[in-house]
Design a protein around this ligand. Sequence first.
Ligand SMILES: Cc1cc2nc3c(=O)[nH]c(=O)nc-3n(C[C@H](O)[C@H](O)[C@H](O)COP(=O)(O)O)c2cc1C
Length: 307
Amino acid sequence: MANLAVNIGGLKMKNPVTVGSGTFAYGQEYDRYFDISKLGAVTTKSLSLEPRAGNKPPRLVETPAGMLNAIGLQNVGIEAYLRDKAPFLREKGCTIIGNIYGKSPEDYAELAKRLDEAGAADAIEANLSCPNVHDARTARGCTLVAQVPELVQEYTRAIKAATKLPVFVKLTPNIIDIAEPALAAEEAGADGVALINTLLGIGINPETRKPILSNIVGGLSGPAIRPVAVKMVWDCAKVLKIPIIGMGGIGNASDAMQFILAGATGVAVGSCSFRQPDAAIKVVEGLNDYCERHNVENLTQLIGKLE
Ligand SMILES: Cc1cc2nc3c(=O)[nH]c(=O)nc-3n(C[C@H](O)[C@H](O)[C@H](O)COP(=O)(O)O)c2cc1C
């Protein structure tokens, strides 16, 4: 067996593989398909202070090699997560990345503090980049927090002050240069960045002449976005000192290796789990096979080793 262990900004994982927030709920359903504690970490759906119903349907549509979604951050809320979901993950022995979403730096700080105090996460991932919720938009119109480096700093500082857990900032690809908010997060004390969230898109039904999603605009994910995501990881890896969790269309170990070679320390399997529920654990197994085939003792030797 190769050594697949990684340390992502203080978060120790037995392998680099986690799941994309929002594509794995809180883990329980997937545990029927494989032992989820074998993943490097389980990343939760974005948690908010209050439960959220999300957007009206239709809010998901397939696209060539991917999907458009506008779920709108439906989630059980922090209280129900702590009471009903975290105990299952803890009993299983999972490493937990608690993904959080709020409407202000104070909300994020409060969420991080509650996860930390309850021992219900081992790291925090701050979703500053959800394109499908209108209350996430700032005074500048329809701007996301992750599109404005000064806001990224303000939010990151607030979260860092509220917890001792490693803090990862999740960034948007809907921006000219993703390295700017990434550097802003690093400067404000983030322990890592996670990228990419979904790319904005619209699907239209020509027969009805109406948008397919009730929200009109949705986020594109899946294999279609993989080359964009790999490029953005590469852009960030060139300038950052903190580690990167890469995601965007990862469905197998070969996909994951693209991100690792481009500079990612961790990788997340998102939409591909919908089509193949055990995709994430297959990536773990495939990374081990890759290392054995290439005589690599420690997978970390290959981070950023694009030739
Ligand atoms: C249905 C769906 C729901 C998502 N919900 C969240 C979420 O709650 N929080 C978040 O940070 N990202 C969310 N994402 C984004 C994913 O975590 C991931 O960043 C993105 O989908 C790219 O990875 P993929 O192509 O492997 O799916 C969601 C994506 C999908 C498809």
